[in-house]
Design a binder for this molecule. Structure first.
Ligand code: NDP
Ligand code: KPL
Length: 304
């Protein structure tokens, strides 16, 4: 199976490297100083106490993905529309397209742009960051959940992909309802991504502080209400589950906190901003999500 990673940063390089180490043929679409570093020295990959230099084919030419069996989209949501435009008409028919973005919008965007292709929705539970160009640190977890999004997805092929990921040491499983899967992850991200980015506290610390925890829970309650009004069956139990898991979580810097610190575009419009917008469309109120989105946008504009 030839695996491609479109927008190979922290998440794409970690998974690409794990697959390459297990013998898969892997190609990375990357750019800038990060690409140059990987082309010159290979990827420096720190994971689970091991540091390796891993050589993979990396390019900024989209045709590097042309002959892949599977292409994982691993750019940020902020970069997805332009990446889709670059790849439109350039991938072989039948290529399995897998999204791993936070938020709930990526699979539908791909299914629209790549009509007739098999599209798989995915969620990544991982702590990973680009420490420097060509240097990825995987610090926590690493599981992937996948669910068939478009009718073109063949169940056997999806199972084979999950087996390949598992053989590479990536905990992977299939979810029967990809919409619920995406919203359940969004629920956590609405509660904790902006809160960690604003307060510079780990999610576990937010849960341990009654006032901060209350805000995170309010953001998640609004998200549950929007999900339910959209026909997605999330409940208060999902919130309690997220809070319990987060209380036991180590010091993982969320992707939004990393982006704010690095002065990169933030995904808040696809997380709290998305929920606030959907609430307005549905005639609901989501003031906490709206406030979190406004604050994170303002911080991002100032570059801190
Ligand atoms: N990192 C984490 O721990 C987690 C991340 N996620 C989610 O996974 C997704 C990916 O996150 P992450 O890996 O951290 O993001 P990164 O920013 O580390 O990686 C994305 C990479 O894609 C590159 N890229 C974007 N567009 C293109 C393009 N057109 N051509 C070539 N390269 C391109 C970016 O380059 P450039 O920097 O130049 O834009 C960047 O190197 C996000 O939706 C995030 O929310 C989910 C859970 C945890
Ligand atoms: C849940 C977590 C922290 C890691 O999977 C995440 O989604 C993020 O950093 O955006």
């Amino acid at each position: 199976m030839k695996m491609g990673f479109a927008g190979a940063g922290a998440v794409g390089c970690h998974y690409g490297s794990k697959l390459a180490q297990a013998g898969a043929s892997v190609v990375l679409l990357a750019r800038g100083a990060h690409l140059l570093a990987m082309q010159r020295d290979g990827l420096l990959h720190e994971s689970e106490g091991h540091t390796l230099r891993v050589q993979m084919c990396a390019s900024d030419d989209v045709d590097v993905l042309a002959a892949c069996d599977v292409v994982f989209f691993t750019c940020k949501m902020t970069g997805l529309p332009s990446l889709i435009e670059q790849l439109r008409g350039r991938l072989a028919a039948g290529t399995l397209l897998v999204t791993l973005q936070n938020g709930v919008q990526a699979p539908a965007m791909l299914a629209d742009a790549f009509y007739g292709y098999p599209v798989v929705a995915g969620t990544a539970f991982i702590g990973a960051r680009l420490e420097a160009p060509g240097h990825v640190i995987h610090s926590a977890a690493g599981g992937v959940r996948l669910g068939a999004w478009s009718a073109e997805v063949d169940a056997g092929r999806l199972q084979q992909l999950v087996a390949t990921l598992q053989q590479a040491g990536i905990p992977a499983r299939i979810e029967e309802d990809p919409v619920v899967m995406l919203w359940r992850k969004l629920l956590w991200n609405c509660g904790f991504n902006a809160m960690t980015a604003i307060t510079r506290r780990y999610a576990g610390e937010i849960v341990a502080d009654p006032a901060l925890r209350e805000m995170a829970e309010l953001a998640m309650q609004e998200t549950v209400a929007v999900a339910c009004a959209s026909g997605v069956a999330l409940t208060e139990t999902d919130i309690a589950g997220h809070v319990a898991i987060t209380a036991a979580m180590g010091p993982v810097k969320t992707s939004m906190w990393q982006d704010i610190e690095a002065g990169r575009p933030v995904e808040v419009d696809y997380i709290n901003g998305y929920v606030a917008g959907e609430a307005e469309r549905l005639g609901l109120a989501a003031p906490v999500n709206r406030l979190l989105a406004v604050l994170v946008r303002a911080m991002a504009e100032r570059g801190y």
